[in-house]
Every structure is written in C-alpha cells, then in structure tokens.
Design a protein around this ligand. Structure first.
Ligand code: ZN
Ligand code: ZN
Ligand code: ZN
Ligand code: ZN
Length: 302
C-alpha cells in the first residue's frame, strides 16, 4: 500500500458523509446501529466461548462441568487431576455441577481445538468432539516404540525429535538394505527392536524391526509405517525380503499410518513375520547370534 493510503481512505469516506442528505444519514446511522448489535452479539459469543474454556487445560469444557463455591469452573478431566482445591481461588472444590454453563454451551458454535495447528472449521458444540477425533490437524504421537514417549507434534517436529532424542537412523532413498545383529537371540519380549526412518518421495517412513512372542512362538517382525494420514499412506506400497542359503521370505504391503500405534500394527500382524528358528537359519552360524539382512523397497502406487 502506498504511504498515506489509510489517510486517503478516511478523507474519502468523510466526504461521502458530507454529500449525504438527511434520509441517507438516517439509513446510515440505522446501519451502524445494526453493525453495533452484530458486533455486540459477536463479542458476547466470544465471551461465552472464553467462559467455556477450562482455566487449567484451556480446552472447551463439556458436561459434566464443575464449579467451586465461588463459581470458578473447571473441566471434568482437570478436576480428577487436582487435589479438590479450586485452581483459581484455592477453595475446596466439592461436587458442584455448573448446569447453566453446560446448557449455554449447547447453543454455541466452536472452533476445532486444533485451530492453532491449522484447522479452520467451526462446529456446533457436540459435533466438534466428533470432528476432533478425526481432524487431520491433530498432532501425531511419537512413533518410537521402545519407551513410553509422550511427545506429540506435526511430522516435521517428530522427525527432528526422533533424530535428536531417540537417536534414530535417518536414510534418504526408496530402497534399503539393513542388517540386524543381536548377540542373544533368546531374549524376546521387547528385547530386539529397532526403528529406522526413510525419506523418499519427499515423505517419511518408519521401518520397525522387533521381537515378540506370537502365541507360544518367538518371532521377529518387520513392518513399515507412513508418517502421515491413512488416506495418503494408501498411495504407497512396500516390500521386504529376508533370506539366505537359497531360501527367501518376501512381504508386500501398504505402509500403515503412524496414527495406528505400533502395538496395533504389530498385533494385526501386518508385516513380515519371521519365526525364530527360520531367523536363526538365515543367520547362519551356530544359532548363538542373530544376523539378519532385510532388504526392501518403497514405491508410489500412482
Ligand atoms: Zn481442563
Ligand atoms: Zn474458585
Ligand atoms: Zn479440526
Ligand atoms: Zn519420542
């Protein structure tokens, strides 16, 4: 905008006002009253939205909403986490519901809770909860399975987190050739497992390799997860191969979204499963060491 542009506009609207005759001025002032009422309505809706925000977690409250004897409100989740003291005034909280606020909420349209992450949709009070369960802007959980990691974030944040905090190997390229070596192949439950991240087609994929007990049998499993939504993960395919001494196991699949947690994918057996005796056979030697070479490829289905 040219310097002084704002000033010019002001002059223009002022001169328009001077030209107006009395009837037009009346219509104009009527319009501005209407605008004021509209503004007031918007303000009060915003005030209501603020009232509905839990002072502790900052998320919109849903029934049951509780209040202290002084009228400070708190959401049901936070109420279970605090020691029966109002976080605002420190009074004993008790068991008082705030039915009025619960009722008022029903009349409101609220933005998705992931608005700050890019979701611009607005929903009636209860539909908002349904939407948020499937909102594509909700942050992802850390896909690292070796520990109970509570880090959440968008893909870029998680890639950085995997690299820095979990020291995960990062590779560029759509083919891989990976060696897993483990000196004690008899340890099974969560004993052997690895995560490697591949960047290909401009996206990230997590290759998991781990040992677990499938029924009575110790097995190894390798599978790929896509760092993104389910709808996008279906655009890719992958294959894994493991073998030696003239035998080969091959798996072809579709990477699972990291929205599905690691255990869910594992329990659905959606990957390459290698019984331990076969894994030891492929390892060669005397069965005292696990030495597996997994090769694989990721492709785009389009
Ligand atoms: Zn809360
Ligand atoms: Zn209080
Ligand atoms: Zn949303
Ligand atoms: Zn983590």
């Amino acid at each position: 905008m040219a310097p002084g542009g704002g000033y010019c506009r002001e002059v223009e609207s002022h001169s328009k006002f001077v030209r107006n005759d009395t009837t037009l001025i009346k219509a104009d002032s009527f319009k501005s009253v209407a605008r004021l009422t509209e503004k007031n309505a918007m303000n009060s809706a915003n005030n209501l939205k603020e009232l509905l925000q839990c002072p502790v977690c900052d998320i919109s409250m849903y029934p049951p909403i509780y209040q202290c004897p002084n009228g400070h409100t708190i959401c049901a989740d936070c109420r279970t986490r605090i020691e029966n003291r109002c976080p605002t005034c420190r009074f004993e909280l008790g068991d008082i519901r705030c039915l009025a606020l619960e009722k008022v909420g029903e009349s409101l349209q609220l933005p998705c809770r992931y608005q700050s992450l890019g979701c611009n949709d607005i929903f009636p009070y209860y539909s908002k909860l349904q939407h948020e369960q499937h909102c594509h802007f909700q942050p992802y959980n850390c896909p690292y399975a070796g520990s109970e990691c509570s880090v959440v974030g968008d893909i870029a944040t998680l890639v950085e987190h995997l690299k820095v905090d979990h020291h995960v190997d990062m590779h560029d390229g759509c083919t891989f050739n990976h060696r897993y070596v483990k000196s004690d192949p008899n340890e099974v439950e969560n004993a052997t497992w690895m995560l490697t991240v591949f960047k290909c087609f401009g996206r990230q994929f997590c290759l998991h390799f781990e040992a677990f007990q499938l029924g009575m049998s110790p097995v190894y499993m390798a599978f790929l997860q896509f760092m993104g939504e389910d709808s996008e993960s279906r655009k890719f395919g992958y294959s894994l191969e493991i073998g030696g001494f003239g035998r080969k196991l091959v798996w072809q699949g579709i990477p699972r979204t990291i929205r599905d947690n690691h255990r869910k994918v594992r329990d659905s057996l959606d990957g390459l499963i290698i019984p331990r005796n076969l894994a030891l056979f492929f390892s060669g030697g005397n069965g005292q060491e696990l030495k597996l070479r997994v090769t694989g490829r990721i492709w785009s289905q389009q």
